[in-house]
Design a binder for this molecule. Structure first.
Ligand code: GDP
Ligand code: IMO
Ligand code: MG
Length: 412
């Protein structure tokens, strides 16, 4: 085990290979116990990363899932958009469980503050485009508008938390009202800023310098990707994507790390596939099958509670994600959800009309929940995983067999 952990190197990234919710949080929680630092690089509270420890479920939106492991320094990187009240809630939630995260939390002074009015704009834009059937199906967490402000260079960054921002916010409020018809409660926004400054103002720092120093000191760093490769603003299924760079390149950019710093990249994919929100999904199952997978897999959004669309694994998408990210390992999650399936379709290529061609693999019709040893898996389940390895030429090193922290097969 130690040898395997060592082989992950000093800096390792965990990146979603599909449309999100692959189970990134779970493997980050497990691995964080063996890393010195866990870092989020991009995105905001659109993420919902679920951890189940001793039957207790916790969902993290901004803090990295690794924060339950008390050894780990926790970093919120420059590429993030941070909703202050949500971060305050997460800090308070941890405090209730007896964890004082403030002692080991570092927040980038370059990360952008996501205000309530960004959420208001997000909702207004979605409502407007719903009238013409063109909504994205966002999480309505204000992500697009916050990144838009960043790109317009009108954003406000965490490093300014202690400043008097009243007149600047009044100006923003007038603009937001005029441009989007969204009212801004400046007094409320100022209150969030004050609370945030009081609670975590002292955690705001130049995380780029800090990370480089930690690397120089030989500390190990685990990067927790948020969202996923097919939601990437450049390479995903545009316009049905999020507003940040979700691949490993975006993670490095979001933390200010050079490519040479990175040793390994763990691609996380479900043994099937899901998507929330609008956009293409070539291997989406028929309604009955989708309903069955959703119920078995508990496929409801961790952030919005929306039912996730369900379908099958798609090898061309895995290959595309692997190409974007240079995956060195797979974590195939939720194998147990397929336990009752008689056959398991896998999309392997497209025909001349662009239709997906499926191969049908035999199901195992036996319980795999909680199995921690590859050899104990039914032969058909082993063959299914070997099929993924052969088609992608990437080893399946971690296999999820349940929600719990211990329900994972490690294969070195
Ligand atoms: P993330 O956003 O990638 O971290 O994933 P989410 O937390 O949004 O969604 C993944 C869901 O699957 C969560 O409810 C996890 O607890 C659950 N999960 C993760 N791995 C497994 C697994 O191997 N088996 C089962 N049954 N559930 C899992
Ligand atoms: P994690 O980190 C699944 C999707 C939304 C929508 C699109 C744009 O938990 O895997 P946004 O609010 O980002 O502007 O929405 O992206 N989306 C996610 N889907 N998991 C996520 O995060 C997601 N973050 C955004 O559903 O389709
Ligand atoms: Mg999620």
């Amino acid at each position: 085990m130690q040898e395997f952990l060592d082989s992950l190197g000093q800096v390792s990234a965990v990146i979603g290979a599909q449309w999100g919710d692959e189970g990134k949080g779970k493997i980050v929680d497990i691995l964080a116990g063996h890393f010195d630092v866990v870092a989020r690089a991009a995105g905001g509270a659109n993420a919902g990363h679920t951890i189940v420890v001793k039957g207790k479920k916790q969902v993290f939106r901004l803090l990295p899932s690794g924060c339950l492991q008390e050894n780990a320094t926790v970093v919120l990187g420059s590429g993030m958009v941070i909703h202050l009240a949500t971060l305050l809630e997460e800090i308070a939630m941890l405090k209730e469980s007896g964890i004082d995260i403030l002692k080991r939390l570092k927040i980038s002074d370059e990360a952008h503050i996501l205000f309530d009015y960004h959420k208001g704009i997000d909702a207004a834009l979605e409502e407007g485009s719903a009238k013409t059937g063109k909504q994205i199906g966002t999480t309505k967490r204000g992500i697009g508008p916050a990144y838009a402000d960043k790109a317009y260079r009108t954003g406000i960054r965490m490093g300014r938390l202690g400043e008097d921002l009243e007149s600047e916010l009044e100006e923003r409020a007038a603009h937001v009202q005029k441009a989007f018809g969204v009212s801004v409660n400046v007094a409320e926004e100022l209150k969030h800023l004050q609370n945030a400054e009081k609670v975590f103002g002292s955690c705001i720092t130049d995380t780029v310098i800090d990370l480089h120093e930690m690397i120089a000191d030989g500390k190990t760093i685990l990067i927790e990707g948020a969202q996923a490769s097919l939601l990437d603003i450049d390479h995903g299924t545009y316009p049905y994507v999020t507003s940040s760079a979700t691949t490993v390149a975006g993670a490095l950019q979001g933390l200010g790390l050079p490519p040479q710093a990175l040793d390994t990249v763990i691609g996380v994919a479900k043994a099937y596939c899901t998507r929330v929100g609008e956009g293409k999904f070539p291997t989406e199952a028929d309604e009955k099958t989708s309903d069955r997978l959703r119920e078995r897999g508990g496929e409801y959004g961790a952030t919005t509670g929306r039912p996730r669309r369900c379908g099958w694994l798609h090898i061309p998408d895995l290959l595309y994600s692997a190409a974007l990210n240079g995956f060195t390992h797979w974590n195939i999650t939720k194998l147990d959800v397929l336990d009752q399936e008689a056959v398991i379709p896998v999309g392997v290529e497209s025909d001349e009309n662009g239709e997906v061609v499926f191969e049908e693999l035999p199901g195992w019709k036996r319980k795999t929940s909680g199995i921690t040893d590859f050899e104990e898996l039914p032969e058909e389940a082993q063959e299914f995983l070997t099929f993924i390895e052969e088609r992608t030429e990437i080893p399946v090193s971690f296999i999820g067999t349940g929600q719990g922290r211990e329900e994972m097969i490690w294969r070195s």
